[in-house]
Design a protein around this ligand. Structure first.
Ligand SMILES: *Cc1c(COP(=O)(O)O)cnc(C)c1O
Length: 404
């Protein structure tokens, strides 16, 4: 059991006011809030260790390098990767996806298929479309059903010996659906395809075990799991990372350079060109420590209670419809009020200090499926409370009264 009153004291932003009202932060699927422990670690880095890494003979450069590499090991342990060098620091999920899409440019050819899901963030569809344009490969899409779940029987019919890569998010940011990635990975491997999982929305709620999943690539962003923006991770199986070409050229990623030929550095440096986000890399580990101290199991249980409570209360409001009704979902509630534009509801909630997201949530294909312009999305984290959900429900009722 987690103690939410104590936990809230770790997050300074939760005591601020917005428009004269106490902040109710329900936009956790866009970015999570930052605990004091992580803020302190950023200050500590710049106060005591700021130096470039992997290059200096001097003491603070070595200390910064050690902290950066220790953080990589923490991430390795958290995701249960076999080797620390299978963890590549990226600027975030989007960077990790583009790195893999670029790497497959040299592998794919005309006649090959890439399979993606209908539940994707649309910024994540674009890299695959670009990859198909470059290589002549074909993009195929696993369709969704009314509950916001991927249709596995359709997935099976899309798979063939032409399938080279499958890309699916672990959890949908727009609807909260937890996709059956174990099954998706197993079936893809049966036809010899590699699998990349977008874990941006999953890592705040659960702890993926990349070896147990047998996944080829897994990507995530620190800023959705109590870390800072601009830092993320890519896990890749060693054999795959050795096979893929580097993404960017620059310092750090080379072993030897002459104008005739450059040889690349070993993993993970081959994929880490230039001076990285050193403070971000170090405190990503602090954020993971913080989440593990609370415990991902306790977090999932508590967020499940919040989801159940909020779902029941919101459904009491007449004319309110929830999108994404899978039994397997995390604490994301996407909903609309009959005949009212989501943006108008969002604006009224903002005046009440309640931060939600409105719009298509970068998941236009999902909105097209439901034939709606967007939804109001409230996403809960382990530092939210039932009292805050009560405030949301009251706010939605008020918005309904004012707008209908
Ligand atoms: C947030 C999110 C992304 C994008 O993450 P960035 O940190 O902006 O790169 C991708 N996929 C999903 C499912 C997300 O929730």
């Amino acid at each position: 059991m987690l103690n939410v009153d104590d936990i809230r004291k770790d997050f300074p932003i939760l005591s601020r006011k917005v428009n004269g009202k106490p902040l109710v932060y329900f936009d956790n699927a866009a970015t999570s809030q930052t605990p004091q422990q992580v803020i302190d670690a950023i200050v500590d880095y710049y106060s005591n260790y700021n130096a470039n890494i992997h290059r200096g003979v001097h003491t603070i450069s070595q200390e910064a390098t050690d902290l950066y590499e220790q953080s990589r090991q923490k991430i390795q342990a958290h995701f249960n990767a076999k080797h620390a060098h299978e963890i590549i620091f990226t600027s975030g999920t989007t960077h990790g996806i583009n790195l893999i899409a670029n790497g497959f440019s040299s592998i794919l050819k005309k006649g090959d298929d890439i399979i993606v899901s209908a539940l994707e963030h649309h910024s994540n569809i674009v890299p695959w479309q670009m990859l198909c344009e470059r290589t002549g490969a074909t993009l195929k899409v696993i369709p969704m059903n009314d509950a916001g779940e991927l249709v596995m029987s359709e997935y099976e019919t899309l798979l063939s010996e032409h399938t080279k890569l499958v890309f699916v998010n672990h959890i949908s940011n727009a609807l909260g659906t937890i996709n059956p990635i174990e099954y998706i990975i197993e079936k893809a491997h049966q036809v010899g395809a590699a699998v990349l999982i977008d874990g941006a929305q999953a890592c705040p709620h659960l702890k993926p075990d990349v070896q147990a999943l047998d996944v080829d690539f897994y990507v995530a962003s620190a800023h959705k799991m109590c870390g800072p923006t601009g830092i993320g991770m890519l896990y890749g199986k060693e054999a795959w990372l050795n096979k893929l070409p580097p993404y960017q050229g620059g310092g750090e990623m080379i072993a030897e350079v002459t104008f005739e030929k450059t040889t690349y550095a070993d993993l993970p440096h081959k994929f880490e060109a230039g001076t990285p986000n050193i403070a971000g890399g170090i405190v990503f580990g602090t954020a993971i420590d913080y989440m593990n101290t609370i415990g991902l199991d306790a977090i999932a249980t508590y967020e499940g209670e919040l989801l159940e409570y909020a779902t029941a209360k919101l459904l009491d409001i007449e004319g309110l419809k929830i999108y994404g009704t899978s039994k397997h979902k995390t604490s994301v509630l996407s909903f609309n009020l009959d005949g009212i534009h989501p943006y108008d509801v969002g604006s009224i909630l903002d005046k009440l200090g309640i931060a939600v997201r409105t719009g298509h949530h970068c998941a236009q294909p999902i909105m097209d499926y439901y034939k709606i312009p967007g939804t109001i999305r409230a996403s809960f984290a382990f530092y939210n409370t039932k009292e805050e959900i009560d405030a949301l429900v009251e706010g939605v009722k008020k918005a309904k009264m004012m707008l209908s």
